[in-house]
Ligand binder design. Sequence first.
Ligand SMILES: NC(=O)c1ccc[n+]([C@@H]2O[C@H](COP(=O)([O-])OP(=O)(O)OC[C@H]3O[C@@H](n4cnc5c(N)ncnc54)[C@H](O)[C@@H]3O)[C@@H](O)[C@H]2O)c1
Length: 257
Amino acid sequence: MTVLSRFSNKVVIVTGGGSGIGQAVVRRVVSEGGIVIAIDVNETGLKAGVKQTEKIAAAGGRYSFKVGSISDEETVKKIIQEVVDQEGRLDVLINVAGILRSSKFTETSLEEFMEPITVNLVGTFLTCREAMPHLIKTKGNIVNCASTSARFGHPYMAGYSASKGGVEAMTKALSWEYMKEGVRVNAVCPGGISTPMKESQGERMGGLDQSLFAHLMRIDYTCGEPDHVAAVFAMLASADGSFMTGEIVKVDGGVHN
Ligand SMILES: NC(=O)c1ccc[n+]([C@@H]2O[C@H](COP(=O)([O-])OP(=O)(O)OC[C@H]3O[C@@H](n4cnc5c(N)ncnc54)[C@H](O)[C@@H]3O)[C@@H](O)[C@H]2O)c1
């Protein structure tokens, strides 16, 4: 197997690096020589990353983390500035952090509707905005995390689907706005992937029409693994994606074709 070192000397922030897809992205980028700083509210998951990466670090790859919420403006400002002060630069921002909420539409409170919007969309806005001046200096890039919920609409997930639709639209807007500065902005759009978020879906769906959900989501198919998605995040974030910007790349095993 060819060992890639596409992230040698690259400083890479990964939000949501404490679980599931984000943790897989951390492992992938560290294994390819990246200097990765994971941000998450899940301190236990972030600490697990230390063990997960110690044997795979190659070509100077290393891992550290910062505990904090991407939806808190002051926290995001502080953490991104700290990363740049400590490492001297920022080359890549990979936004994976997210939450899923499910409920019948007419029974959804404003607060419940806003939760995924606040983390998935506003959080992504905040990290992109704070990282952008540093990425302009390095001609770096951003890879955001959308979802097939945005493109195809999933029942009982109005707020979540809307938040991910917003991430897609914002990704495209930023790709135009920063094209001349040489900053690429893309997104990965995962389908069903085996992670703690996916595994807790049954619990969240309690009391809802599971058969409608199963039919529309086609959840009887085999889920993908976090590593399937991490590989695409890494491709877009590396020089292999250098002629791509404003792309939303679906990774769902073809289920939504
Ligand atoms: N698993 C799937 O089937 C699937 C499908 C489509 C899209 N996605 C998206 O992929 C991304 C990763 O999801 P996952 O399946 O790995 O879920 P996960 O729950 O395993 O991981 C999400 C991580 O985000 C962190 N997080 C949540 N709120 C945060 C906040 N405010 N600040 C910082 N970190 C926060 C969590 O603590 C967790 O570690 C999410 O954006 C999700 O919407 C997942």
